[in-house]
Write a protein that binds this ligand. Structure first.
Ligand code: ADP
Ligand code: CIR
Length: 305
């Protein structure tokens, strides 16, 4: 589909401080440039296992019902629609097509997940700021995504499907949403202001299962779900919490040791490549391939505990 090796490595070339620096503009990139991709995948996911999925319901104790440490839980996965180039290589028409397909599929979501689609085009600044503060919409991507071509035409053809625009009365204020045409065609997200990881995961799994019956996703027999960034293949799952750790904030080496031992990763309070503010860490699983979704959630729960 005309996506070249030069394009695949451009973000890393332009940003020598990249952690990965490699992007796939379509599903074929994974096979055409497999010599390079398989090395990056092996080195990041530490796995040569074939992708296996388990989205069955999970039961787990709530780690911190009193919200002493854990402020919120967010679990997301990434999907791309089969037959359409991925965000680094898609054009305006393809973005509109993805929007149509996703909003069409959302009409078949189970009643608890039904909601509205908010296009990022023509949003006034005040609404934009409010939705961004609630983490419901996404900003234009950073310099890594810019160099990869993901930001072309932003905000045209981008938006968020939101299940319930923040009902402050429901426990944990659960939200189910889909970011459309951010770094992948779909980022399917479940979150709430609680540490009830099982509830957040079960809601996400219901959403994924429903969407999978209406949309055909780009899937590889070995690598599972294919994504723009090779760190997101497999389950595509990033399950994490915002956790305030004031004491460990002063003992970063100890925190990093614990996190590494449980195959977790630390991100900043505002997301990837941001700073940790007021000792609020984003702690989530690092590997997305080689373990089922269920195993990733159980390992996260154990590590946080
Ligand atoms: P992604 O998870 O999509 O790979 P980021 O790390 O940039 O990308 O996170 C996306 C957004 O989600 C950021 O605004 C980040 O602050 C927010 N976020 C991540 N984890 C949580 C959480 N547990 N609670 C609330 N917001 C979160
Ligand atoms: C980079 O290479 O730094 C960016 N493209 C992001 C890669 C994925 N994030 C990560 O490993 N933390």
């Amino acid at each position: 589909w005309g996506y070249s090796l030069d394009q695949a490595i451009r973000s890393g070339i332009e940003n020598p401080d990249s952690a990965i620096g490699l992007y796939a503009g379509d599903a074929q990139a994974y096979t055409l440039f497999s010599d390079l991709f398989k090395k990056v995948i092996q080195s990041y996911h530490k796995s040569q296992d074939t992708h296996v999925s388990d989205l069955g319901p999970i039961e787990l104790e709530d780690l911190d019902p009193g919200k002493e440490y854990i402020l919120s839980t967010r679990i997301r996965t990434a999907r791309n629609i089969k037959g359409i180039p991925f965000p680094p290589h898609m054009d305006d028409q393809e973005r509109t097509l993805v929007e149509k397909r996703v909003t069409g599929a959302c009409r078949h979501l189970p009643p608890g997940l039904a909601g509205v689609y908010i296009s990022l085009e023509n949003l006034d600044t005040e609404t934009q700021n409010r939705l961004r503060a609630q983490k419901l919409i996404f900003p234009k991507g950073d310099r890594f995504m810019e160099a990869a071509g993901v930001n072309r035409g932003f905000p045209k053809g981008r938006g968020t499907f939101i299940s319930r625009p923040g009902d402050p009365k429901s426990p944990g204020n659960p939200i189910f949403m889909i970011w459309v045409n951010e770094e992948d065609h779909l980022r399917i997200i479940s979150m709430e202001t609680s540490s009830n990881i099982a509830r957040v995961f079960n809601q996400l799994a219901r959403g994924i299962q429903s969407l999978s019956t209406s949309l055909e996703f780009a899937l590889d027999p070995l690598y599972g779900n294919l994504t723009s960034c090779p760190t997101n293949i497999g389950t595509g799952l990033r399950a994490g919490v915002h956790i305030r750790l004031e004491k460990l904030d002063k003992k970063r080496q100890t925190l990093e040791r614990i996190v590494r031992a449980h195959h977790l990763q630390i991100r900043g309070t505002g997301g990837e490549k941001t700073r940790v503010r007021k000792a609020v860490f984003d702690i989530s699983n690092k590997h997305r391939l080689g373990k089922t979704e269920r195993q990733i959630i159980l390992d996260l729960h154990q590590g946080l505990k």
